[in-house]
Write a protein that binds this ligand. Sequence first.
Ligand code: BG6
Length: 484
Amino acid sequence: TAREPVLIFLFGATGDLARRKLYSALYRLYTRDQEFAVIGLARRTHTDETYRDLINDSLPSEVGQRKHFLERFYYRRLDITRPESFASLSTFCEELDARYHLHGNRIFYLSLAPCFFAEAAKQLKKSGLAETKGWKRLVIEKPFGHNKESSKELNDSLLHAFNENEIYRIDHYLGKEMVQNIEVLRFANPIFEAIWNRRYISNVQITLSETLGVGDRANYYDQTGALLDMVQNHIMQLLTLVAMEPPVRLETNDVRYEKVKVLKAVRPMNIHNVTEQIVRGQYSRGIDANRERLRGYLDENNIRSDSETETFVAAQFMIDNYRWQGVPFYIRTGKRMSEKATQIVIQFKKLPKNPYFHNVNHVGPNLLVIYISPDEGLSLKLNVKETGETGNTIPISMKFRNNALAMENMQDAYERLIADCIKGDSTNFTRWDEVAYSWEIVDSIVDSWKKRHVPVDYYEAGSMGPVSADELLEKNGHHWWPLM
Ligand code: BG6
């Protein structure tokens, strides 16, 4: 589908996300002939010139042709709570529409503190900005509520101004190359689809590990924690992509329908299984790979010294459907771990009978590894004959891996997602019912943690998490495969 010209209202234009991700994504779209103009909106005072300087500073240094790109950006000061702020934009946006031939197409991108999402949508409706002769779309960043109830309230307020099919809820993991490749890997390769089930798969392991600590996001993070920050959205999305049934067609709603079915089948936690199936961790003092000392979470700036917020979660999810009965989906994510990596390991079942018992090497299981970041690729671990006459088997890995350098020239997640939004393709955004079911799972965990007063297990900063995260798998005779 062609990408049409568009006027983008960027709320939170001076914020962290805009500077880290959005301007460079827009720059790359610009170099690929996307027609657009942007009205940057925030509370601070800026002129168009100082705003353009800020954008300029946030672009990578090697970027050329900046002048024409920057000229499409305009700044207006905006106070979300004041209707006059919105009203004053209407003549200006008509002007930009005409100047850049944007056909009245509008994207309202809310890169704001979540407490302003509902108000922004309300004011967009009231001011008439959301009434346009072209199409209109609302892009909304996470977190989408803090439990099912609040997310429903937020959703209801968005629905006063936009239809569900105009709402693009961002989960930036869905914009990652290898996340989008999971579907192709599964559904374009019959050899995998044939064995993608409980008969052949022993367990699935999803790791999203980070080396950074809480950084300067203490206010947000201490109230949120790893479960809400990473599991409710990114991890649940990866899990559904691995577990879903083949969609009838690769159309937006067919794909999302299959994803929702997985979320519906995830077994909720309760006070009986929550301590057996989930680990809450928090980092304490430690050292990093360069032997530099790392502070513990409780010593970080602006963190309460008695904070019980988890910075790590490991869990065993069970999916109660025909395909996955009895197959554990292990997930883990945390701050201040030893490596920054996102990877999924599919571990296949053992040999039904081992004819290689005389082997000096242990015959390991077949593993399919999906590397999502920092490298992108796949590997398949197989056993082959050792060269010579020993009669032994040895493991080999068949790999397809893009190195980080090659990837820099490729699209990044935000660029892909903004391009999809301009095309009107919401497949890689989360539909309301996905959000709601995912909250149901997470609410069941929060609830059970509260009722059982589950404390955090400490892990050293720079490690792969608390010992209890290893024990979680050992109980089933499994272990975490090291990041590969
Ligand atoms: C965000 C979380 O959604 O994802 C952050 O709020 C986290 O806490 C980030 O650091 C990780 O994203 P990525 O793309 O760097 O793996």
